[in-house]
Design a protein around this ligand. Structure first.
Ligand SMILES: [Zn+2]
Ligand SMILES: [Zn+2]
Length: 408
């Protein structure tokens, strides 16, 4: 692998100001969910300026995904390298006090504004060098990563709407800024060769009992008592049914029942999440949670309605060859700034949908310096160093060229 990747680093540094400015513009007007029309308009306008064609409103049902395509030196042929950037914000009111802070009640509190800016920077560099490009580069701008209250999120929708087809993507890469890798320094990239993040599934349990006056429990089938037993017993799935060496999480995030201190209600609703690093564990958990909840409720004379929502993303699993190709390129551009993580994160990411469809890799780019940035993801004070985003564009554009020339 002897190539001149330095040109990508040099060019990314030259346009670093543009990349930072794009991020700040996007930061001012965050939009949430799958419908992010002004974000789409901003990105499309920049792609227009670069002369890069795209398909917009990818995903259907109001989803404003964008699929841009840069042809190489032989238009219409060659392998397809794909870069994925998400672009949605969160329903959090910003409290950073930054001059470009959002004032619309939502916030780019996960850094997806930076991902889109990095992808735009990579797009610009790749387009400028398209005459030397062996294949083609597709760039996905994806809303709805943070979820969608009704139905699938942005990645699943874009996938179902053919984002990886016509032309068919051969490989996909993406990154996440902020502070996600343990023990990783500012400005460093980190990755893994297999699972990087967990699945992110949601389940709901409604416990059905019989209500009564609080003074006459004998007349009730107490759904709160049943719920308490279910919550405790479910943790034994984690501790007794899986090896202590296998990471498994079952957490409840909500429980609601009753209307007064002295009434035993007839129903208790609760919802939770599971996290696992393998799909077979995910399927086992989905089955066992239902079985345990049902049997506990039955043993206490009640019943449950159980719903496991399969719209959530699978584990984020990197392809080892693509991960190694990334490591080589990133290490060559930024020696000493690439870290292989020992442990995955139990958080989830809907990049997983794309990685299930084609080989690829997802990595973290640490843009936070603990000395300057104390508040991390999904926090109203989340902030990071956006003057180093050019490093992400350098790695993405260099990797696109290198991968395509290695896989002619
Ligand atoms: Zn997030
Ligand atoms: Zn995110």
């Amino acid at each position: 692998m002897a190539r001149n990747l330095d040109v990508f680093k040099k060019r990314a540094l030259e346009i670093a100001g543009d990349i930072t400015a794009w991020r700040r513009e996007l930061h001012k007007t965050p939009e949430t969910g799958i419908h992010t029309p002004s974000t789409q308009a901003f990105i499309c306008a920049e792609l227009d300026k670069m002369g890069i064609p795209y398909r917009k409103d990818v995903g259907g049902g109001g989803c404003t995904g964008i699929v841009a395509l840069i042809e190489g030196k032989n238009p219409g042929s060659g392998k397809v390298f794909t870069i994925r950037a998400d672009c949605d914000g969160l329903p959090i009111a910003e409290e950073t006090g930054l001059p470009f802070a959002s004032a619309n009640g939502c916030m780019h509190a996960c850094g997806h504004d930076a991902h889109s800016a990095i992808a735009l920077g990579a797009a610009k560099i790749i387009k400028e060098n398209a005459g030397k490009l062996e294949g083609r580069v597709k760039i996905l701008f994806q809303p709805g990563e943070e979820g969608n209250p009704v139905g699938p999120g942005g990645a699943k929708r874009m996938l179902d709407d053919g984002a990886l087809e016509n032309p068919r993507s051969d490989v996909i890469v993406g990154l996440h800024v902020g502070k996600l890798g343990e023990g990783v320094g500012p400005g460093e990239f980190c990755f893994r060769r297999d699972a990087l993040m967990a699945c992110m599934d949601r389940f709901e349990i409604v416990v059905k009992g019989v209500g009564s006056h609080g003074s006459t429990p004998q007349n009730s089938i107490d759904p709160i008592m049943i719920a308490a037993q279910i919550i405790s017993t479910l943790q034994t799935i984690v501790s007794r049914e899986f090896s202590p060496l296998v990471p498994v999480v079952i957490s409840f995030g909500s429980i609601h029942a009753g209307s007064a201190f002295n009434i035993i209600p007839s129903e208790c609703k609760m919802s939770g999440t599971i996290r696992a690093l393998k799909n077979d564990i995910r399927k086992t958990l989905a089955k066992r949670i239902g079985e345990v909840a049902e049997s506990v409720a039955e043993g206490m004379r009640g019943s449950v309605e159980y719903d496991f929502n399969w719209d959530g993303p699978a584990p984020v699993v990197n392809n080892p060859e693509v991960a190694e190709e990334f490591r080589k390129v990133a290490e060559e551009l930024f020696p000493g700034d690439v870290v292989e993580l020992e442990n995955p994160l139990m958080g989830g990411e809907d990049m997983a949908f794309f990685l299930e469809a084609v080989p690829g890799m997802f990595c973290f780019f640490n843009t936070c310096d603990p000395a300057k940035h104390k508040f991390y993801h999904h926090n109203s004070k989340f902030d990071f160093d956006d003057t180093i985003l050019w490093k992400g564009s350098a790695v993405m554009s260099a990797m696109a060229f290198q991968w395509l020339s290695d896989h002619k």
